[in-house]
Design a protein around this ligand. Structure first.
Ligand SMILES: [Zn+2]
Length: 256
């Protein structure tokens, strides 16, 4: 993989690709334990924090809605963790609305049906796919244009409840995800002028998640770019609500 060094000053060029990868149920400590060459390179060449925090309660759809809207559950209206196809979708503006205004083609690829709640008019291409969200995101990025992608990756959210958070099986699953992501990250890196963000919706402890246990609220944030300044995110305290504002700041730094 040929990641180029993080942005070092001067006039930032036009961003070609912005991708946010949410690895469902990723405990930040797993980034220190698993063999993850792809994510490690992003961490080393970018900025990261292991001090991220989920919503109250720390559950998948509630946390992702906070990420997308920049609002707490009480404010954005999504206080339960359920949604099925055909029900009303998000009513507040999301990260996709800002991306579309910035001239990006938007793609949303997710592996849990309930995340369909977050599809709105500002999403050009969307697909719910249990096993091939990563492949679909790659195919979308290969289409002409500038892309803004939100990719939700499942796996740890199944292994965690079965085998335990940070268990050997959980760590192995993260290595598998890391390997699976490598060609997508390579594709974006080669294209240059990228912004890659890796985060999660919540962690867990033992075989439990979504509880009031402090570990359940934890999540990481990794930010890597060859085009916009990202060093300010090293070791910050991050909340899932902060993602929307962070993207706003970073896209504003884009000279487009
Ligand atoms: Zn989740």
């Amino acid at each position: 993989m040929s990641l180029i060094p993080a942005y070092a000053g001067g006039n930032p060029p036009h961003l070609n690709n912005v991708i946010i990868i949410s690895i469902d149920a990723l405990h930040p400590d797993a980034l220190r334990q698993a063999k993850i060459p792809t994510l490690s390179k992003l961490m080393q060449s970018g900025a990261y924090t292991l001090d991220g925090r989920s919503t109250e309660p720390p559950k998948t759809l509630i946390a992702h809605t906070a990420m997308f809207t920049g609002m707490a559950p009480g404010e954005n209206g999504k206080v339960d963790n359920d949604w099925i196809t055909g029900e009303a979708t998000v009513q507040k503006p999301t990260i996709f609305d800002s991306a579309q205004r910035n001239g990006f083609k938007t793609g949303y690829f997710y592996s849990k049906e309930k995340l369909g709640y977050l599809v709105n008019d500002a999403v050009d291409v969307h697909e719910w796919s249990r096993d091939s969200a990563i492949d679909s995101a790659g195919a979308f990025i290969k289409t002409p244009g500038r892309h803004f992608v939100f990719l939700h990756v499942s796996g740890l959210d199944q292994v965690g409840p079965e085998s335990g958070w940070l268990s050997p099986a959980y760590i192995e699953e993260l290595s598998y995800i890391d390997d699976y992501l490598s060609s997508l990250i390579e594709l974006i890196s080669v294209d240059k002028n990228y912004l890659i963000i890796v985060t999660s919706d919540h962690a867990g402890h033992g075989k439990i998640h979504g509880s009031h246990h402090p570990e359940d609220y934890r999540l990481p944030l990794v930010v890597c770019s060859d085009a916009v300044p990202i060093n300010q995110y090293q070791n910050i305290s991050f909340s899932v609500f902060d993602l929307k504002k962070m993207l706003g700041d970073l896209l504003q730094n884009d000279s487009s």
